[in-house]
Design a protein around this ligand. Structure first.
Ligand SMILES: Cc1ncc(COP(=O)(O)O)c(C=O)c1O
Length: 387
């Protein structure tokens, strides 16, 4: 195939579910706290107060974004992995006198599944609810899994591999009726999907900056006030109301706040534009390769996500031969593992289909030109790899 683009060295980044580039406005918001305003926010003098004020601003920005009722409902962490662990292990330990049963789903991120495994090793019973073939969890399945011993339900808002968006508000009705706490991992959703804690009815929510054009290594846990106080995972200087000890990552937190504030202004416009481009990409790929199949429903899905089976290919080999487009096989966090993705397996794919699946993630910087180049390059690489 000859194309106008085939020979350029430019790499088209289509892996925004793995991570996102830092928005220049976010970088601007962070820089002062790495250079001149370097104080420790716990210090009483002006430099310290300046840093504390940056943390306060960021807390307010996140609070506004998710509709939290108080600044104290936001606890800064090192990212969604830590937030998930504090939410799940910390809450289960705090409620250990009430019961020893936690419910989660088969399509959660490893951060959630591993936290549940650790609880299992400590004597908790874990129920793992499977999704439908469409990648959606049925709230009725959560309802029937709840027992008098259940203390926590954890269901992600949007899946990091297949992008499916879970019916969290309906699940919250179930958990509220039964008096059980609900945690959601919103790492993937918050960048393109409206996320308000009261509309969704969640008690705990994990966030991370690097999926919303902020820096890596910083995130937050929302904890609804007057409901739960997780047992902290580390002890030390008493920061974050004693829930997360350690000197605050002020530049990272300022970046997370700025990233959240930017979303408040442009998330809907981003989502609409990215959905249009995603649909164009699917049309182009289908025109070129009529046999491809989409994993997970298209009707409740992150705007930027496509996860497709390209029959007859091996995704890892395909990606190795696809130097001009950054996409992933399964989830980025699974990279290097030859086991088929647990998410694709959970929605019913067999090994060969799961291994022939790639995840494509569009983002804020993706253009129509990127889509044209990427679809040509992917098609060319497929033709080459199945030859
Ligand atoms: C759904 C989900 N949860 C948790 C994480 C982990 O987030 P972090 O890298 O901030 O620890 C990720 C990132 O891959 C994710 O997609």
């Amino acid at each position: 195939m000859t194309t106008a683009y085939a020979d350029t060295d430019e790499v088209i980044y289509l892996d925004h579910q793995a991570t996102t580039p830092v928005d220049p406005r976010v970088l601007d918001a962070m820089l002062p706290y790495l250079t001149t305003a370097y104080g420790n926010p716990s210090s009483p003098y002006a430099l310290g107060r300046q840093a504390a004020s940056a943390v306060k601003t960021a807390r307010r920005q996140l609070r506004d974004l998710i509709g939290a009722a108080a600044d104290t409902e936001i606890i800064f962490t090192s990212g969604a992995t830590e937030s998930d662990y504090l939410a799940i292990v910390g809450t289960a330990r705090a409620l250990g006198d009430v019961g020893h049963h936690v419910i989660t789903t088969a399509i959660e991120h490893k951060a959630v599944l591993a936290a549940c495994q650790d609880l299992a090793a400590q004597g908790f019973q874990i129920t793992i609810v499977p999704p439908g073939a469409d990648g959606i969890i049925d709230p009725a399945d959560i309802a029937s899994a709840i027992t008098p011993a259940t203390v926590l339900v954890s269901v992600m808002h949007a899946n990091n591999e297949i992008g499916t968006i879970q019916p969290i508000a309906e699940i919250a009705q179930v958990t509220r009726d039964r008096g059980v706490a609900l945690h959601t991992d919103a790492a993937q959703s918050i960048g393109t999907v409206n996320f308000r804690v009261d509309d969704l009815g969640v008690d705990l929510a994990s966030l991370t900056a690097h999926k919303i054009y902020g820096p890596k290594g910083v995130g937050a846990l929302y904890i609804r006030q007057n409901t739960i106080r997780p047992v902290p995972l580390v002890s030390g200087g008493g920061q974050e109301q004693g829930l997360r000890a350690g000197t605050l990552n002020v530049p990272g937190i300022a970046g997370l706040g700025a990233a959240g504030a930017i979303l408040a202004g442009q998330r809907q416009a981003d989502a609409d534009r990215i959905t249009g481009l995603r649909d164009q990409l699917l049309t182009r790929l289908r025109d070129a390769m009529p046999g491809i199949r989409v994993n997970g429903t298209m009707s409740r899905r992150l705007p930027g996500n496509l996860n497709i089976v390209i029959p007859g290919t091996d995704a890892s080999q395909l990606i190795n031969g696809l130097s001009g487009v950054a996409v992933s096989a399964g989830s980025a966090c699974d990279a290097g593992h030859s086991e088929p993705s647990h998410v694709l397996t959970a929605i019913g794919l067999d090994g060969p289909a799961a291994r022939a699946s790639i995840r494509i993630g569009l983002g804020r910087g993706t253009t129509a030109r990127d889509i044209a180049i990427a679809s040509e390059r992917i098609t060319k690489a497929v033709l080459h790899s199945v030859r």
